[in-house]
Write a protein that binds this ligand. Structure first.
Ligand code: MN
Ligand code: MN
Length: 202
């Protein structure tokens, strides 16, 4: 079977890349559980933001491959976006198999029904973390730290107006699992961007 890429939007932020890595991991685990080939590959459309590079370095997570267009013959899962304009070059919606996102729907049309998981929450990472729970797949500490980091950046450490009780629950769940303080972890993450002026008001 050919590969299925899991890709966030262009000019990727921490959520776009972390959600892709986390979701590809989950899909591969589900495939193995079903006795199928693990063909899901997280990819990215631009450089890693500094905080993503830091978390991946700390946790020993392999950086997703940089691509410029859809690889020949690959199917596609979109995360953290659903609008063609923000998406990977060369995307044919016939090759789209799934969307996992927390943004407004932007006019996507497909020839076949696809799996769509869109929720009005603070980050795609929160949706992905919840899917691990729903599917009963063990979340490794490395992926938990990555997803928690993305939840904290997208919600500006739970201060953004987009942050919902679902996000707070997921943040607390993962921070407990990792045995760390979520707000302190969030501040460490924002510090990697450099410049105190970019720090969220605690
Ligand atoms: Mn994003
Ligand atoms: Mn996001």
């Amino acid at each position: 079977m050919s590969s299925i890429i899991v890709v966030g939007h262009k000019n990727p932020d921490n959520d776009a890349i972390s959600a892709a890595v986390g979701y590809a991991y989950l899909k591969n685990e589900l495939a193995r559980r079903a006795g199928e080939e693990a063909v899901f590959e997280p990819v990215r459309l631009g450089p890693l933001p500094p905080e993503t590079e830091w978390i991946m370095g700390e946790r020993g997570i392999e950086q997703p491959r940089l691509i410029e267009s859809v690889p020949e013959g690959a199917k596609v899962i979109l995360v953290d976006h659903n609008e063609m304009l923000q998406s990977v070059d060369g995307l044919n919606t016939d090759d789209l198999v799934e969307v996992v996102d927390h943004h407004r729907l932007g006019g996507l049309t497909t020839a076949q029904p696809i799996r769509v998981n869109v929720k009005p929450v603070g980050s795609t990472a929160a949706i992905v973390a919840r899917e691990f729970e729903i599917e009963g797949v063990e979340l490794p500490e490395s992926i938990a730290a990555l997803l928690l980091g993305a939840m904290l950046t997208d919600t500006v450490i739970m201060k953004s107006p987009t942050c919902t009780p679902v996000d707070v629950d997921q943040v607390n769940f993962l921070a407990d699992k990792l045995g760390i303080d979520a707000v302190e972890y969030g501040m460490d993450i924002f510090r990697t961007r450099g410049g105190e002026d970019k720090m969220p008001i605690a």
